[in-house]
Design a protein around this ligand. Structure first.
Ligand code: MN
Length: 236
């Protein structure tokens, strides 16, 4: 194809551990409030809420392969830039309107991810009943470690998920504590969208979210999967 008026943007992609291949990213779905202790810290009642979603554009993706990781600038228009450490599902097969038992087979890989958030803009949007896009879907807000194939490590239904900032632990949860488990999330999303390979799903964060500033180094770990590292650079 040579008739584009501008060159097409580069296809966002993530490393696949142990190979030279890359996973081309199409869409990024995020589950809101999927751990009860985090739902409570955000002022919500975890017992009454069906799953809900927001999205980030694929262009927000930043590949962060440990140990060096990535550096992103402190974003514009916020004074409360938060981390949310999450397990990310990488879809590897088309699925549409499937039950949880069938949905799990579409999960091709896992990665550690950081759902970076302008918390002050999110709070203002919530209060005004406005969309979350500028709080959640801004440039370089979807940090992703390398993708590990389920075929290589098996299912990650339980195990510690933690995040430290400058060596001090801030978040600790267990994958088994998700309100909506992986199969239920993929099944539920498949009734709202035709899911395809290239779709990522950030599955929510445990309690302990907080602010970071320029110079901070974030290290997230998921038992059985690995690490993600992110350094916050100076403001743009
Ligand atoms: Mn999140």
């Amino acid at each position: 194809m040579s008739n584009f008026v501008f060159p097409p943007a580069e296809i966002p992609s993530a490393a696949v551990r142990g190979t030279d291949a890359r996973y081309a990213v199409s869409r990024i779905f995020c589950v809101g409030r999927n751990y009860a202790d985090h739902a409570r810290e955000m002022g919500a009642d975890p017992t009454r809420e069906p799953p809900f979603y927001f999205t980030k554009p694929a262009t927000a993706l930043v590949s962060s392969v440990a140990p060096a990781g990535a550096t992103v600038p402190y974003p514009t228009e916020t004074r409360n830039y938060h981390y949310e450490m999450e397990l990310v599902l990488a879809i590897g097969a088309p699925v549409f309107k499937v039950r949880p038992e069938a949905a799990v087979a579409a999960i091709w890989g896992y990665a550690a991810g950081l759902d970076m958030t302008r918390r002050d803009l999110q709070a203002a949007a919530k209060a005004a009943g406005k969309p979350w896009d500028t709080a959640k879907g801004f440039d370089q807000s979807a940090i992703l470690g390398d993708i590990v194939r389920v075929g290589d490590i098996g299912r990650l239904d339980k195990g510690a998920i933690t995040l430290s900032v400058n060596g001090v632990e801030k978040q600790r949860g267990d994958l088994a504590d998700m309100i909506w488990n992986q199969a239920e999330i993929v099944s539920n999303l498949s009734h709202l969208y035709h899911l395809h390979p290239g779709d990522l799903i950030y599955t929510g964060t445990p309690a302990g979210v907080g602010a970071v500033v320029a110079g901070d180094v974030l290290v997230g770990r998921i038992e059985g999967l690995g690490e993600i590292t992110l350094t916050v650079g100076p403001a743009e």
